[in-house]
Design a protein around this ligand. Structure first.
Ligand SMILES: Nc1ncnc2c1ncn2[C@@H]1O[C@H](COP(=O)(O)OP(=O)(O)OP(=O)(O)O)[C@@H](O)[C@H]1O
Ligand SMILES: [Mg+2]
Length: 410
């Protein structure tokens, strides 16, 4: 071998993951509104609300103005916050740009700015039993739960709860600005793509035991891998392994396998406790793209990409559980007599000691932890968080959450 220094790879650079081409359709197929109707019998009760440009603008813009309809006073104060750099209310911040802002008309609260949508959100929350978990097309505001008045959860009981979470979340911005970033560049990048339709998804809130949440990887229509989603050690899961795989396989094989438009995808499930047996049937929580932005949790993407499955299964988009032949949309190669050779998926759990060894027990999203300056602010007189928390409780009539200041285990 001749040394060819000019062609030598950079020694420290990690190898680039070689995903199959990721198209805009792959991403759109995972949008909640694309699949919910088809799988609704397996999902958490949900409502999907198309979002107007005014609402999207409201989510995008700085500052948080909440609805004032239930207020006795109508002094809407504007609060500036981002999860990483929480700032005190703007009336306490010295502004260095003076005249421009003053010329802008004051922004209206949501109930006056988009009253119909506001009312619709309120009605849907009521329809769903009074408490919901919100998300946009793909993403839930998990990084903003520290600001929630509902004990560090994504639970929302009012439109204001929904607005506060959505506006405080960086993850939500992903849906609005970066949803298609992983897509393989097309031959003609100038071809204009139709804009996606933003939606607000409200799912009826329940109190999940996060040990029973799993992420499931599907390659060429084979269920190949299952990972715990909550990366803590749960001893009780070990003897349930076979049952967990069986419940997930049932959902996969009966509902998703031949009906999801793509052969490669990732779905999330929740397995509730059963009535007559330990585990009930698996419920579909979400579907994610087979793409780098989907967290592969206890597996490595390289490992998943390298997995050799027995042979692509012929399947098509159809009704739940149906299987028609040879019109697959997922570019799988075809092969014969592979239907009975099912891949045995590996369920990977955190083993005893793993959590400590990998420091997995701390909250997964750093934004769950209150930044030190936020905690400091909360201690310092009438400024910052304490004032914010007080105001928020005043507005919602909520009790102070027990873990407001200590939500990040910091
Ligand atoms: N209806 C619900 N009630 C209570 N909690 C819920 C509900 N639905 C989801 N959750 C919680 O919210 C978490 C995130 O939900 P979901 O998986 O839809 O978000 P996501 O943004 O798509 O996550 P990811 O980025 O990992 O794909 C779930 O793991 C679950 O703990
Ligand atoms: Mg998801």
């Amino acid at each position: 071998m001749h040394a060819q220094p000019q062609a030598a790879p950079a020694s420290d650079a990690p190898p680039t993951l070689q995903f199959p081409p990721i198209t805009r359709d792959h991403i759109l197929n995972c949008s909640y509104d694309s699949w919910f109707q088809k799988y609704r019998a397996s999902c958490i009760k949900s409502r999907i609300i198309p979002l107007s440009p005014e609402f999207v603008e409201y989510i995008r813009e700085d500052g948080i103005i909440l609805a004032d309809e239930d207020e006795t006073e109508s002094d809407n104060e504007e609060w500036e916050s981002t999860p990483s750099t929480f700032r005190p209310p703007i009336h306490e911040v010295e502004s260095d740009s003076d005249s421009d802002d003053e010329d802008e008309p004051p922004k209206l609260p949501p109930n006056k700015r988009f009253p119909e949508l506001h009312q619709l959100i309120k009605d849907k929350i009521t329809e769903l039993g009074g408490a919901v978990a919100p998300k946009l097309n793909w993403t839930a505001p998990k990084d903003a739960i520290w600001i929630s008045p509902h004990q560090n959860t994504i639970k929302c009981t009012s439109p204001n709860d929904v607005y506060l979470l959505l506006k405080s979340s960086n993850f939500i911005t992903y849906d609005l600005e970066h949803a298609f970033d992983d897509c393989t560049p097309t031959a003609n990048p100038n071809t204009s793509q139709p804009p996606f339709k933003p939606v607000l998804v409200l799912r009826s809130y329940f109190n999940p035991h996060t040990a029973m949440e799993f992420r499931c990887f599907v390659k060429h229509r084979n269920l190949v891998a299952i990972s715990q989603r909550d990366l803590n050690y749960f001893e009780f899961l070990q003897p349930l392994k076979a049952d967990i795989i069986a419940k997930i396989y049932q959902l996969f094989n009966n509902k998703l396998r031949y009906t999801f438009p793509d052969g490669n995808f990732v779905f999330d499930v929740y397995i509730p406790e059963g009535e007559d047996e330990p585990l009930s049937r698996a419920r579909l929580i979400d579907i994610n793209a087979w793409a780098p932005h989907t967290d592969s949790l206890l597996f490595g993407w390289q490992e998943l990409l390298d997995l050799v499955v027995p042979g692509p299964v012929l399947g098509v988009v159809g009704e739940e559980g149906s299987k028609e032949q040879n019109t697959s949309t997922d570019n799988d190669e075809t092969s014969e007599d592979d239907e009975d050779e099912d891949y045995a998926p590996e369920l990977r759990l955190i083993e005893e000691g793993d959590a400590a060894a990998y420091n997995l027990a701390s909250p997964q999203y750093s934004a769950h932890k209150l930044p030190k300056d936020v905690v400091d602010a909360s201690m310092s007189g009438e400024g910052g968080m304490r004032e914010f928390a007080r105001k928020w409780r005043e507005m919602t009539g909520m009790e102070k959450p027990a873990n407001w200041e200590t939500s990040g285990n910091d």
